[in-house]
Design a protein around this ligand. Sequence first.
Ligand code: FAD
Length: 255
Amino acid sequence: MAAETLVPTSVDEATKLFGDGDGITVFAGGTILMPEIAAGRLKPARALMLHRSGLAELRADGDVVRIGAMVPVAALADGADELLARFASQIGDREVRAGATVGGNLCASPGLAAQRGDLGAPLIALGARVRSTGKGGERTEPVEDFLGADRAGRLVLEIEYDRPSGAWSAQTMRRRHAHSYAIANVAVCSSADGLRVGVSGVGPTAVRSRAVEQSRNAEDVLKDVETVDDAVASAEYRRKMLVVLVRRALDEVEA
Ligand SMILES: Cc1cc2nc3c(=O)[nH]c(=O)nc-3n(C[C@H](O)[C@H](O)[C@H](O)COP(=O)(O)OP(=O)(O)OC[C@H]3O[C@@H](n4cnc5c(N)ncnc54)[C@H](O)[C@@H]3O)c2cc1C
């Protein structure tokens, strides 16, 4: 599969082997990577396999929920957090969700025929933070900053968020068939600090819509989000549906 395969058995060992990430391909569940290798589009030189690295813990420290990068999407789909479950349960099918990980979803490379990284929307709305390591050492940053920066050279260790206490809304639009990818996803959380609006499934990475958070006007989502054409939907259709989904989400949290 790869010229060299590295299998760390602890988080420290994974961090050391990853180093600054140069020349390393990180393998989590492999649901994106394995088809790429099978199609001959990816030929990893050094593969860092995370399945024994101890990063698969999902736990709560008081009101803070911590999700290890290797936690399977299935654990969120069946989990206690209803907002995350609403998005996680729509990713692939049972088999895909059992292998797919949260870290892999966050770091999903842009898809050619469909958009991935659905969990970005609810994680942004929840105000989640990403703990990662790599060049310059370990850092923790808001998920939207992690997604907006150059992710090459970062190894995601954990994602954490404060359990939501206010109203929330999950809006997603997909084609009705098995393995359907999103046309658009919108998640909104309301708290004492105001609204947080996350969008995914419309472009290569999830985006926070600060414009909507400030104006509470659904059309303003198009100031923050660029939609793409792919096999699932056109960019134009996505723009139209995105505004509808944001409006529904705002109505729901403000009701
Ligand atoms: C049939 C099918 C349907 C699917 N439907 C959906 C869908 O509806 N929505 C959706 O969002 N996705 C979908 N996917 C894509 C994929 O299954 C998910 O995005 C999944 O969460 C990816 O996780 P993984 O662990 O398998 O990633 P992998 O394939 O292991 O890795 C994906 C990318 O992330 C990087 N990576 C993985 N872990 C880390 C880490 N800890 N730190 C840094 N980089 C890392 C890898 O190097 C690679 O570039 C689907 C896939 C299939 C096969």
